[in-house]
Design a protein around this ligand. Structure first.
Ligand SMILES: *Cc1c(COP(=O)(O)O)cnc(C)c1O
Length: 429
């Protein structure tokens, strides 16, 4: 029988054999030994499976990748050294110089920059699409050279819920896969493949780790997208790879084509692998992901309701609040809870907001979210600092937006800290 999610968080990806360590071993080794030259040659030809060099595969990394793939219901996963690397690999694996892709404009600031600035330097063009546009306006953005559509299940930091089913339908109508960054929801609260997404990415730095211990990322493939049916659009997958003895990924690896290409080309040449030590830490986080998400969501719901009741607070975005713009989409895609991240704005000036943040004591100011410890950030002055006011608006980030990442402490203590900070900041309505 297929295991439930909590069981997969604990047991997924690996089962210790007789006399083997119960906890995941850290294979802190760059390389793996063989006895015959021929054995290693077969590995390089992708004829046999086996470990030879940690840039391409490592048993610790692989066990954690398998767990994440099982949690998302995919055919496999590749771990990367950061969430940034995961999103870059996910797109670049199918979209090269001269290619074009579409992205929801409601995405993380780092991804916004990666797509619009750095990938443009590689000759890849992206079009930002406001998910609130009607279908007709969005569909007009697809071009013959479009390779994928990208969005975040719950946007960082705006907390906007992505209508996965709607965008999967549109992407498929135009012969391209839908890639969903599922960082904030985690597979505990949403599994995008069940709604038609083809590829899922993660910054495992966030809830999956949950303890602010490592930076990492993951790309998971559902195995469902039929690359061969769009063979001319995806020649990298459907025609011989000259750098790999002329093998054709779709023909040779079927549903594993996309991930095999990612490892044998991008990992081989760009090398953004996580350290096995970090994958070990990530796995410790994953073992309690289902428990922590429950507490993050319950606490965030209480804090969001409390903030809404305060006269100093101008607005609160949290899709768990009835009346929130994304409440209905939240109920559809995230019925068991969304995440611990709330965004809100205060009445008064920017200085009032700064005074409020400076007055917090339990809650810390850090460039991080999705940690066990409650933390707060002002994106316009911190993470999204490189964006102009217009880009901020385009990315769905109001200049007064405060991002509060509610941790797993006792809700009473979080609320008490917010309460005294509001009092001290004396924000005027
Ligand atoms: C943090 C984040 C990223 C980038 O991940 P890093 O691990 O910091 O490189 C990408 N997408 C989302 C939604 C994020 O929150």
């Amino acid at each position: 029988m297929k295991k439930k999610l909590g069981t997969l968080c604990v047991h997924g990806g690996r089962k210790a054999g007789k006399g083997e360590p119960q906890q995941l071993p850290i294979y802190q080794s760059t390389t793996f030994r063989y006895e015959k030259s021929e054995q290693m040659a077969r590995l390089f030809d992708l004829e046999d499976e086996g470990y030879f060099y940690t840039r391409l595969a490592n048993p610790t990394n692989d066990a954690v990748a398998r767990k994440i793939a099982e949690l998302e219901g995919g055919v496999g996963a590749v771990l990367t050294s950061s969430g940034q690397a995961a999103n870059f690999y996910a797109v670049f694996n199918i979209c090269e110089s001269g290619g074009h892709f579409l992205t929801s404009s409601n995405i993380y600031g780092g991804t916004f920059n990666l797509f619009g600035v750095t990938m443009a330097k590689l000759g890849i063009e992206c079009t930002y699409v406001d998910p609130e546009w009607d279908d007709e306006r969005i569909e007009a953005c697809f071009r013959p050279e479009t390779k994928c559509f990208f969005g975040e299940t719950i946007s960082n930091p705006g907390g906007k819920v992505f209508d996965i089913e709607r965008f999967a339908r549109m992407a498929h109508r135009h012969g391209v896969p839908l890639i969903v960054d599922n960082t904030f929801a985690t597979p505990v609260n949403c599994r995008p493949f069940e709604w038609g997404a083809d590829i899922v990415t993660h910054s495992t730095t966030k809830y999956m780790d949950g303890h602010a211990a490592q930076v990492g990322g993951a790309v998971v493939d559902s195995g469902n997208f039929d690359w061969q049916a769009e063979a001319a659009r995806f020649p990298g997958l459907t025609t011989p790879d000259g750098s790999y003895h002329g093998l054709t990924y779709t023909r040779r690896f079927g549903r594993m084509a996309y991930l095999t290409k990612m490892v044998s080309q991008l990992m081989r040449d760009l090398g953004s692998i996580p350290a096995p030590q970090n994958s070990f830490l990530l796995n410790l986080g994953l073992e309690t992901l289902h428990l922590r998400m429950r507490q993050h969501c319950a606490n965030a719901q209480r804090v969001a309701e409390w903030l809404s009741s305060r006269p100093e607070v101008a607005w609160v975005n949290y899709c768990g609040l009835p009346g929130d713009k994304y409440y209905e989409l939240g109920q559809k895609y995230l019925p068991g809870g969304s995440c611990g991240v709330i965004s809100f704005g205060l009445h008064g000036t920017r200085e009032d907001a700064e005074r409020f943040m400076d007055s917090l004591s339990l809650v810390s100011i850090v460039t991080h979210v999705a940690d066990a410890r409650t933390c707060v950030l002002h994106p316009a002055s911190h993470t999204h600092r490189q964006l102009s006011d217009e880009q901020l608006r385009e990315a769905g980030v109001a200049p007064d937006l405060i991002r509060l990442s509610v941790g797993i402490e006792d809700a009473e203590d979080i609320i008490a800290d917010l309460d005294q900070a509001l009092e001290r900041a004396a924000v005027k309505q």
